[in-house]
Design a protein around this ligand. Structure first.
Ligand code: SF4
Length: 108
């Protein structure tokens, strides 16, 4: 997969398992069965890619769309949301305590 010009490529991208592969596998246009099958193919490339961690780190910072680092955009959205929650708990420790408190359903 090549999504930028040669001069924009990061060193890890030269070792990508998806190098030269049709980028459409990694950027589904719909949620059709065909596009889901393409995404599964993309994830197969990612599963055997030696730069998967670098790719995922990059995508979590800069890429909103597509499959990167073995994660779909929905997967990355969940990772980023979890990171925000964890960061919030570090800044506001009471938020964690409130999350862990079960609602008292006896009074409801
Ligand atoms: S992890 Fe997947 S998207 Fe990233 S470089 Fe490797 S094959 Fe390509």
């Amino acid at each position: 997969m090549e999504t930028s010009s040669q001069s924009d490529e990061r060193p890890w991208q030269f070792r990508a398992a998806c190098r030269g592969i049709d980028p459409e596998l990694f950027f589904p246009k719909s949620s059709s069965r065909e596009d889901k099958a393409r995404t599964e193919q993309a994830l197969d490339y990612c599963a055997r890619c030696e730069v998967r961690d670098d790719c995922l780190d990059y995508a979590l910072r800069y890429e909103e769309f597509g499959t990167w680092g073995g994660k779909t955009e929905e997967d990355r959205g969940r990772i980023l949301l979890e990171r925000k929650r964890e960061a919030s708990k570090r800044v506001h420790p009471t938020a964690q305590a409130m999350d862990e408190t079960e609602p008292n359903t006896e009074r409801l």
